[in-house]
Design a protein around this ligand. Structure first.
Ligand SMILES: Cc1cc2nc3c(=O)[nH]c(=O)nc-3n(C[C@H](O)[C@H](O)[C@H](O)COP(=O)(O)O)c2cc1C
Length: 173
């Protein structure tokens, strides 16, 4: 059973979270952690699809928010495209595929920050996926725009990855 962890990331925090989720899933099956820029459109043969990105303007990024992010740092951002566009352009998603959604966002109540993962989960469900765990957020610091994951968040992401693997095993997929 192939496992795909697809991430979008501007400054690297969501990429770090995706890699940690991948570490947590190690042993659950052959696994790839893939930048959305290089993500496949055909998901035939994928047993678990995990999708995450940064929260921008309370939701998944758009071209305008990615442009704004790009303008705030002097280095190239990690992803040029977005998970919103990738999810909308997917060709084949096997019916009933196991899936999960995550995001990174500021460590404040969700009512103030929004959460990209809610939009990801909605789109995954619309494509006929079965969410194996509720959408999850991992928190970034606020010292600078690219402060990265808060201490302990990579470990929490790894534990969430392990929980996904356990939920899959329980479901017998
Ligand atoms: C244009 C822009 C809009 C943002 N809007 C929000 C927001 O509405 N809520 C929030 O919690 N964080 C917001 N953030 C902070 C991002 O969530 C943070 O930059 C992201 O989690 C970092 O992940 P990355 O390093 O993978 O890009 C915003 C960041 C940018 C650049």
């Amino acid at each position: 059973m192939r496992i795909l962890v697809i991430f979008e990331s501007m400054f690297g925090a969501t990429e770090k979270a995706a890699e940690a989720i991948g570490r947590g899933l190690a042993g659950a099956g052959p696994l790839e952690v893939v930048n959305v820029d290089k993500a496949p459109r055909d998901l035939t043969g994928v047993g678990l699809l995990v999708v995450g990105g940064p929260t921008h303007a309370h939701a998944m990024s758009r071209a305008s928010t990615r442009k704004s992010a790009k303008g705030q740092v002097a280095y190239p951002t990690r992803s040029q495209t977005g998970i919103r566009e990738w999810l909308d352009a997917l060709d084949t998603v096997p019916a009933g595929s196991a899936a999960a959604a995550f995001d990174t966002r500021i460590d404040k109540p969700r009512v103030f920050t929004g959460a990209a993962s809610l939009g990801v989960a909605k789109r995954l469900r619309r494509r006929g996926c079965r969410l194996v765990l509720p959408a999850e957020s991992f928190f970034v610091g606020t010292g600078t725009i690219d402060a990265g994951l808060e201490p302990g968040e990579a470990e929490r992401a790894e534990a969430w990855g392990a929980a996904l693997g356990a939920a899959l095993a329980r479901a017998g997929t």
